[in-house]
Structure formats: structure tokens, C-alpha cells
Design a protein around this ligand. Sequence first.
Ligand code: SF4
Length: 292
Amino acid sequence: MSELEKIRELYKLLSPCYLCPLNCGAKRLKGEQGTCNSQVVPRISSYTLYKGEEPPVSGQNGSGAIFFSNCNLRCVYCQNYNFSQLGKGKDVSVLELSEIMMKLQSMNASNINLITATHFLPQSIAALRLARQKGLSLPIVLNTSGYESLEVLRLLEGFIDIYLTDFRYATDEEGIKYSGVPFVSTFTLSAIKEMLRQVGNITFDSKGIMKKGVIIRILVFPNGIENLRKILRIIKKEFSTDIYISLMSQYVPVYLAKNFPEISRKLIKYEILESIKVLREEGFKNGWVQYD
Ligand code: SF4
């Protein structure tokens, strides 16, 4: 399938919307909003050179991050709830989005990083194609919760070089409780399989900047060591211990987390150390630990 055909197929999934596993069927071209509160015009919170990603993704100058507003998940602890849940941001056209990508390239970004773009993927990929026609040559990162439709992911082949995906819950029940959506764990697993099929494990350029591949991010929750161990065992069983893991220990109980006593605090030092120990015990050697 050509690039144009893939973009056309993506747009067909936009209205009625079947872009994510919620398949809520909102007629977005007619002004309806789906569960993700999104209409048809992309909304972004900000764009910037961002140094908070994993070192080979940020590179020296920072990743060219575009933060999209709204989200198909309803995570009660979301650190970005101002724009992911409350929808703060600015509407931009596909043309403006492509210009932002070009601007980030002119600022020497290491890549273009689409942060939680699931609900705006047709528009983002159309913008990307436009930007490429104007000379965009950076690797493209899709930064995702992992709650992705397989049909949509397949259409991204050839557009996305790097997948940064969360794997948050060992079981689907926790996904319902904390993120308000069904089958998160199941969809994440099949999504990662497809991501690895497309881009394989990590490759770096001569300066150590990531060119292609998949990084799996695991957020460590308070009281979450067992969840972490189970996720690592799933990854080990389904893929391999060669996968790059980014252990995220910087959890902060913001937004609605106070309503869930077991996750209503930061990690204690013991949990951070224990999570690193579990990573090693399960045989994973590649990756990073983020503290803040
Ligand atoms: S992306 Fe939004 S509108 Fe589309 S299916 Fe998912 S929740 Fe519904």
C-alpha cells in the first residue's frame, strides 16, 4: 500500500471513529466528540525541545516533542491531566502541524516526537507527509500508552521509526480501575508485537542517538512491585530480555489519585531500589531508570 493509500485508510477510521480500541464510532467529521473528547481538528498543548525522554531519544538538543491535548485513556493519576483530561490547548490545522515539525527540525531536534497522538493519527501522519515533502528528515517517534488498535498500527508502517510505549498493567482489571478502559493489557501486548515486527529492537547512530526500535516504559506504582514483576515476566515470555525497558520511578499522585489510597503517595526509596532489583532478577539488562 502506498503512503497516500495508508493515509486515506487512516482517515476512513476517523469518522465514524475507530482509531483506538474503544471503537466509539463518533462522527467526528460531523462535530461529534468521542470518549477522548476530540473533534476532527488536532489540538496540541505545546511543542518544544524536550530533554525528559530516555537519553538516546532526547539526544543532545532534545526531542522535538509535540504534546497533543486529550486522550482516549482516563488515568486517575495522569501527570498531564491539564491537557490530556481537561483538554487545554490550541487547535491547529494539518498544515500548521507540518510547519511545527519543520520548526522543530530547524531547532536541531533529535527527532519528531508525537506524544499521545492516537486520537489524531490521520492528521499527524498527513502532516508528517507534508513536512517530509518540505525536507523533514528526522526519525519519527510515536509516544503511546500502548492502547492502540492493530489495524491502525499496521497503517503506520513506514511512517514511524521509534515506538515509545507504556506497558502499565499486568492485568486488564487494573486498566479498568485506573485508566477507565477495557483490555489495556491485552491490547498493549498485541500492539508491542506489531511495533517490534515493524521496527525491531533498538538501533543507534554513530553518536548514540536512537534511529529505530521500541522502548517499553513501565511506570512503577506505589505498592506496584508485583505488577512490575508480572509485566516483566510477560515481556520475557512473549518477546525477550533483550528488549529495552525504561523503568519510570517518578510517580506523583496528582489529579484523582487521592481517591485511590493504594496509589495516593510517591514511591518510597525501598520501592525504587526493589524495582531495579526485580528488573535485574528477571534478566533485563538493557534500558534506563528514570527518577524525575
Ligand atoms: S480515538 Fe477517540 S473518538 Fe476515536 S474511537 Fe478512540 S475514544 Fe473514540
